[in-house]
Structures are given as structure tokens and as C-alpha cells.
Design a protein around this ligand. Sequence first.
Ligand code: KIV
Length: 292
Amino acid sequence: MSTTSVDSPAQRKKITTRSFVQKKQRSEPISVLTAYDYPTALALDRVGVDSILVGDSLGMVVLGYENTLPVTMDEMLHHCRAVARGARYALLIGDMPFMSYQADVNDAVRNAGRFLQEAGMDAVKLEGGRERIEVIRAIVGAGIPVQGHLGLTPQSVHQLGGMRAQARNAAAAQRLLEDALLLQAAGCFSIVLESVPARLAEFVSQRLEIPTIGIGAGAGCDGQVLVTHDLLGLFERFTPRFVRQYANFCAQMETAFTAYKADVEARTFPAEEHSVEMLEDEWQQFLNEFGA
Ligand code: KIV
């Protein structure tokens, strides 16, 4: 008997931005994880994760940058395409990289459009509150679903003075609530709340019609997102406090690579079953013609 909870293809329906809102209305938690490549997208889609975010965390956990600021549109689109080839059902969200939407509204709409037109995404995400209303309206006006992102917004790391929890005093909490309501009014279909107090996130979630997706924002959000490399123990530089690590892939990789190296050095790999053979008479003919 199978113990897997994976739905058969016949039972599966593509998750849309509408399903996101319906899930909130039914009080069903929304599961989101990041992916940056085809095999991870295949695995996430197979287990029925609601949404895959191709986050600009790509820059840190895959490309080895210090933070998310150097990530470019081309890098994002390249990885979005790989994810789109692996996922059929999950709602696919592409993260707009730093400076792809901040400087000019028309450029922002064009860049957002590229995620859908060239990279198979269903929606885009961008960071910021009241200062992004004009750009969100324009992107939504072009028919492109937008997910907002409030609280700790990593593209503003220098302005925030580091990767630290946000909205921890009454004034900042009020500002975050106002921003969330403004993003909803501007047409966002959901909002990521990152590193904010759990009771504030729950309060905000209850006041919104659109779902909140929390990361380091407690259990009162309508859904949760994690960076997959954190969950898998595949990013060692640091692990935020809010991460639950479900596996230790770094340790597993090292074990496998060490065993491979030892096998190569001991000449126990490749073995016979890994090798291609040649018919004996062909070999003899070869030796007759070219052998010493
Ligand atoms: O880039 C990313 O992965 C994100 C999530 C942490 C929400 O923005």
C-alpha cells in the first residue's frame, strides 16, 4: 500500500491566484517553497505544494552572492524557465530582482511581463509598501498578478541596517498594517510577511481578504514559505532562526562525494556493470589490424 499523499494527476488542478484566495476563505493553509531548478520543481509539484516561488534568494543559496542585490533579470528568467519546465500544477511566482521595478514604472511593467511571456511564470512578487503602489497598480493593470512582500525586505538590507526582524514597535506595526491594506487595494493577490512579530502577522492576516504568506511571521498567517535550501540543510552560511531544517543535504552530499572519491582512488568505480563492452570478434579484428 502506498503511504504517499501525492494526488493522482486526475485529481490535480492547476493552482491559480484565485485558488489562493479561495483557500484563505476555506481556512486552508497555503504551502509555498522556493525552487530554482527543474528537479526541485518536479519534486515540489509531485508532492502537491501549492506554489513555487523562484525567489531572488537564488542569488545567495545558488549563485553564492553575499545578498540578493546583484541578481539580474537574466539570471531570474533563466532559473524561472527551468522551474516552469518541471512544474505543472503549482502556482509559479517569479521574484522581481533589485532595480527591475524601482526606477521606472514602464520598465517595471515590461520586466514583470517578461516573467510571464518568456519564463512561464503565473505571477510576480516585488518588495515594498506604500512606495510601490503606483508600480503595483500598473503591473496589475497589465493583467499580471502581483504578490507583495512586507516586513524584512532583503533588497533594502542596507536601508534596514541588516537582515533583522521588522515592525517590533507600535508605530512600525501600524505602518505595516497600513501598507498591507494599501497593497491589497492596489490589487495584490497575496502578501509575503517576512520576519515580523507573530501576533502582528496574525492581526494583519485577519484584516485582509487576500492571503498572507509568512516566513518568520508565526503560525497565524494564511500560508507559509521557506527557502528550500534552508529546509534541506543545503545552505550552510547561516540558517535563520525561523527555519525548520527537515534534512541535512550538505552532510549527505559530503558523504556521497567522499565515497565516490575513495572508489575512484581505489579503482572500485567504475565496475563492470558501469562499462560498455564490445563483441569478442570485433575486438579480435581490431587487435589483428591495430594491435602490436
Ligand atoms: O527570495 C525569496 O526566496 C523570498 C522568500 C524568502 C519569501 O523572497
